[in-house]
Design a protein around this ligand. Structure first.
Ligand code: FMN
Length: 300
């Protein structure tokens, strides 16, 4: 969401979505340390709260035109305090660009071990300025980007996504949310920041791999009690699970990721109880139309 060319490109997408009577939010995503020198301007180090390398995730790098491979992220360099403040302004500019491109609102990606999550986490933030140390300091970057973007789009058009992880038996998964020493207090305090800012929805990404742990019941309940906006859950949800969590009163909206990729007509299939296409995970992150635009709608 940087250049005029990108804004013009996204206008085609938002127009097509509006023509079908739907709405579309832009998710603003900064990967922070989950990057590689070959992807950075002037082959510089990626930037992060602290110079701590991500070692349980791989990044996709280009090895030639149209070709690439997975590589370990490069060691990041720590942002200066002035650079953190500049980044807050960059988020505001990206939000302005999103509105220019016709998006109805903006979501801040604060999940899955990317930049904002790196500021929140005690594992990746060892700063000694006002953006590090205490939990309140580690939440400062979140608070500032929420305020700056709210000013541009309005808090009623702003959502935030977190991925609170409470346990992980699988080291490989830790990058997805970074398991804090006290995840409950960390995320309850973070959600208080969002509630005070009056954002319109909170999106909570749950663990989404096979046999992943559910969020603790008391966490679901406390989130509902303290957050006044809409709450969205996603992460290996079935229609049955969505119904159950809705009936329990924990959530208002449920997100489907992979089922939507494999089923272009997912709402109709759910409404009519039609069977679902099975996802081909080999083509999930591919660069062609295969597995992207070639899943068929249901033929009754
Ligand atoms: C190909 C692919 C790309 C994704 N990209 C993003 C993304 O850009 N931002 C994000 O917040 N989540 C992203 N996710 C995670 C999904 O939003 C969702 O949380 C996850 O797929 C679990 O839901 P599911 O079990 O219904 O697929 C992505 C998932 C997949 C499979």
């Amino acid at each position: 969401m940087h250049s005029q060319e990108q804004i013009e490109g996204w206008k085609k997408v938002t127009k097509a979505v509006h023509a079908k009577g739907s709405i579309i939010f832009a998710q603003l995503w900064h990967v922070g340390r989950v990057s590689h020198t070959s992807l950075q301007p002037d082959s510089d180090a990626p930037v992060a709260p602290s110079a701590i390398r991500a070692d349980t995730v791989k990044v996709f790098i280009e090895t030639g035109p149209g070709e690439g491979e997975l590589a370990l992220p490069s060691e990041p360099r720590a942002l200066s305090t002035a650079e953190v403040k500049e980044l807050v302004q960059l988020y505001a500019q990206a939000a302005r660009n999103a509105l220019d491109a016709g998006f109805d609102g903006v979501e801040l990606h604060c999940a899955n071990g990317y930049l904002v999550n790196q500021f929140i986490s005690e594992h990746t933030n060892h700063r000694d300025d006002e953006y590090g140390g205490s939990l309140m300091n580690r939440l400062r970057f979140l608070k500032e980007i929420v305020a700056a973007v709210s000013e541009v789009v309005g808090s009623d058009r702003l959502g935030v996504r977190f991925a609170p992880l409470f346990e992980s038996t699988d080291e490989e998964r830790v990058y997805l949310g970074l398991v804090e020493r006290d995840p409950h207090s960390t995320y309850i305090e973070a959600i208080k920041v969002l509630n005070e800012a009056g954002i319109t929805y909170l999106s909570l990404a749950e663990a989404d791999w096979d046999h992943a742990p559910d969020l603790p019941e008391d966490f679901y309940q406390e989130v509902r009690a303290l957050f006044n906006g809409r709450i969205m859950y996603a992460g290996r949800y079935s229609v049955e699970k969505a119904r159950r969590v809705l009936e329990q009163g924990h959530g208002d909206i449920f997100g489907f990721g992979r089922p939507f990729i494999a089923n272009p007509d997912l709402p109709e299939r759910i409404r009519n109880d039609w069977p679902l296409n099975v996802i081909d995970s080999a083509t999930l992150y591919g660069g062609t139309d295969k597995g992207y635009t070639d899943y068929l709608a249901y033929q009754p």
